[in-house]
Ligand binder design. Structure first.
Ligand SMILES: *[C@@H]1O[C@H](CO)[C@@H](O)[C@H](O)[C@H]1NC(C)=O
Ligand SMILES: *[C@@H]1O[C@H](CO)[C@@H](O)[C@H](O)[C@H]1NC(C)=O
Ligand SMILES: *[C@@H]1O[C@H](CO)[C@@H](O)[C@H](O)[C@H]1NC(C)=O
Ligand SMILES: *[C@@H]1O[C@H](CO)[C@@H](O)[C@H](O)[C@H]1NC(C)=O
Ligand SMILES: *[C@@H]1O[C@H](CO)[C@@H](O)[C@H](O)[C@H]1NC(C)=O
Length: 267
């Protein structure tokens, strides 16, 4: 069995854009902090304050978002709302609240305040970064009959954003280099999956291997163990081959990975 390789990851950088405050108003708009990171599904608060809060002026607050596709107004409905819709002018607040943040919400948000008869000012923008957590890593055993028969471990994770996720192998506390470097698959603007492969020794004592996944969305890495004993690992019988096939197919179904080429375990 071979994993479908050849996946290409394009990481489109959001271009910083736009100048700072307008000069035509005698008040300022402050967006702080300038960068907010949030996990997909959580809520985000993008602060915007302006220095004319206590005045009785009438005015309006609007938000726009810039991303790879250009800048667009943010409609203040459904998941997007002003945090203080009724009192924003009095409080000097145009803070934006976003609920259930999705990956598509990422971008640079600019707060604009218009006070009638006074002018318009805009903040320097807040970069919203949205992260998705990787799944717990899954390890499975693979048999390669050719060119020389060998066993390998494959470790997989899915669902993370943005790339990259760090996949590392350990035997005990010893860091091992992967045989096949990280493969990342999927639509580069959506949740991604990654896998890495480790060759197993054909002899030696029983050992426990750990695959660890690190990602900026995780406070602590996720890890999974696999114990392998070269003494008790016969070349696969038909039954073991079928089990391998079943595991591979389950993995493929759950992760949406295509299987390419013949199933080595049956050879
Ligand atoms: C906005 O950016 C400009 C230029 O980088 C800087 O001079 C200004 O102090 C910033 N304004 C705020 C409110 O942070
Ligand atoms: C997000 O906000 C909504 C509405 O205010 C609230 O019901 C929900 O519990 C919040 N979710 C989180 C993860 O804080
Ligand atoms: C927004 O501003 C308030 C006070 O001005 C601050 O306590 C809060 O941490 C800020 N929000 C975020 C998301 O940083
Ligand atoms: C959050 O949005 C996702 C789609 O992005 C949706 O599937 C999910 O049901 C929403 N969750 C809540 C609590 O509204
Ligand atoms: C800002 O301008 C408005 C009208 O142009 C004026 O009424 C107000 O006093 C000014 N405020 C300050 C702080 O200069």
């Amino acid at each position: 069995m071979r994993l479908e390789l050849g996946c290409l990851v394009l990481w489109i950088q959001l271009l910083p854009w736009g100048p700072g405050s307008f000069a035509d108003a005698n008040f300022t708009v402050v967006q702080s902090p300038s960068e907010v990171g949030v996990i997909r599904g959580d809520n985000a608060t993008l602060n915007c304050t302006f220095s004319r809060g206590l005045s009785p002026d009438k005015g309006a607050v609007s938000w726009s978002r810039g991303g790879p596709g250009g800048e667009a107004a943010v409609p203040l409905r459904t998941r997007f709302a002003l945090a203080y819709p009724d009192t924003f002018l009095r409080r000097g607040e145009g803070t934006l609240a976003i609920t259930n943040v999705s990956l598509e919400d990422a971008g640079k948000y600019v707060c604009r305040v218009l006070l009638w008869g006074t002018g318009e000012a805009q903040g320097n923008g807040t970069q919203l970064r949205v992260y998705a957590r990787p799944s717990h890593p899954v390890i499975f055993l693979q048999f390669h009959p050719k060119p020389e028969s060998k066993w390998t471990l494959v470790c997989r994770t899915a669902g993370f954003y943005p790339p990259p996720a760090r996949l590392t192998w350990y035997r005990g506390s010893v860091h091992l280099l992967p045989t096949q470097p990280l493969q990342e698959c999927g639509d580069p603007t959506g949740p991604l999956q990654a896998s890495t492969t480790l060759d197993l020794p054909s002899s030696g004592p029983r050992a426990t291997y750990t695959c660890q996944v690190g990602h900026p969305s995780l406070l602590v890495p996720l890890s999974t163990d696999y114990t392998y004993d070269p003494q008790h690992q016969e070349p696969p019988s038909l039954i073991a081959g079928l089990n391998l096939l079943k595991i591979a197919l389950l993995g493929a179904l759950s992760l949406g990975v295509g299987l390419a080429g013949p199933v080595g375990g049956l050879a």
